[in-house]
Design a protein around this ligand. Structure first.
Ligand SMILES: O=C1O[C@H](COP(=O)(O)O)[C@@H](O)[C@H](O)[C@H]1O
Length: 234
């Protein structure tokens, strides 16, 4: 288990400002060091306010590539599509936003394989992976179900895979594509952003349980070696 630092805020707006500042700093540091930045950003609703603030930052967005940490297998433009949300926010700024869903794929595993092939073209490791977490303890789209072991025990060069959550999350009951644990754990910086007392309790429990946890986030964090910042607001 890695070193974990909690950053607690009075409210979600304060957290959004701090998170946007931290992500912006990491992007600029990567551009200074390597000439470009490749980052993975969580989907869902929690980080939306931070993304809106981040998009206003004076960053050379043309040097930034953004990958969703995971996506739901739905058409581009669908309300559940993580990449659509990221594209609406960051494409107008000049960033490259990379879809990981192929509508032509025959099934969720083929969709994951196509994402894996596409992502292999980018420079790895990621400069940043920003993770969210569901109330059920999933992170990215690493869910309990038939693909959990494949996501956790993927070979080091396996970037992404298709997963079928079981049980299905009620708010987005669809198959997914997710970054693998090695892709997440090898990032140069790892941040988790969550809100609410319930998620805080789940995350604290998962951290205590580490690799014995039934929560995927517990298993993921137990495999991570770099320090992790957790941003939380009520
Ligand atoms: O399904 C997903 O859920 C998590 C958490 O989303 P939130 O709406 O509760 O913030 C998210 O991190 C992940 O990217 C998304 O696909």
């Amino acid at each position: 288990m890695t070193e974990i630092e909690w950053w607690e805020y009075d409210d979600a707006a304060e957290m959004a400002g701090a998170l946007a500042g931290d992500i912006g700093f990491i992007i600029e540091s990567a551009i200074d060091a390597r000439g470009s930045a490749v980052i993975a950003l969580a989907g869902g609703s929690t980080p939306l306010a931070a993304y809106a603030k981040l998009a206003e930052a004076r960053i050379n967005w043309k040097k930034v590539t953004i990958i969703p940490t995971d996506d739901r297998i739905v058409p581009m433009g669908d309300a559940l599509s993580n990449v659509t949300m990221l594209a609406k926010t960051f494409l107008p700024k000049g960033a490259r936003v990379i879809p990981i869903i192929s509508e032509a794929a025959s099934d969720y595993k083929a969709c994951g394989n196509a994402a894996n092939a596409r992502l292999s073209d980018f420079h790895w490791p990621l400069d940043l992976c920003l993770l969210g977490m569901g109330g059920d303890g999933h992170t990215a789209s690493i869910f309990p179900g038939p693909d959990l072991e494949d996501a956790l025990n993927a070979p080091a060069d396996r970037r992404a895979l298709g997963v079928m959550p079981d049980p299905m999350p009620q708010d987005a009951p669809v198959a997914r594509v997710t970054l693998s644990l090695p892709s997440i754990a090898s990032a140069r910086a790892l941040i988790i952003a969550i809100t609410g007392e319930d998620k805080k309790t789940v995350l604290e429990t998962a951290i205590d349980q580490a690799d014995t946890s039934a929560y995927p986030i517990g298993k993921v964090l137990s495999a991570v070696e770099l320090p992790v910042d957790i941003h939380w607001a009520p």
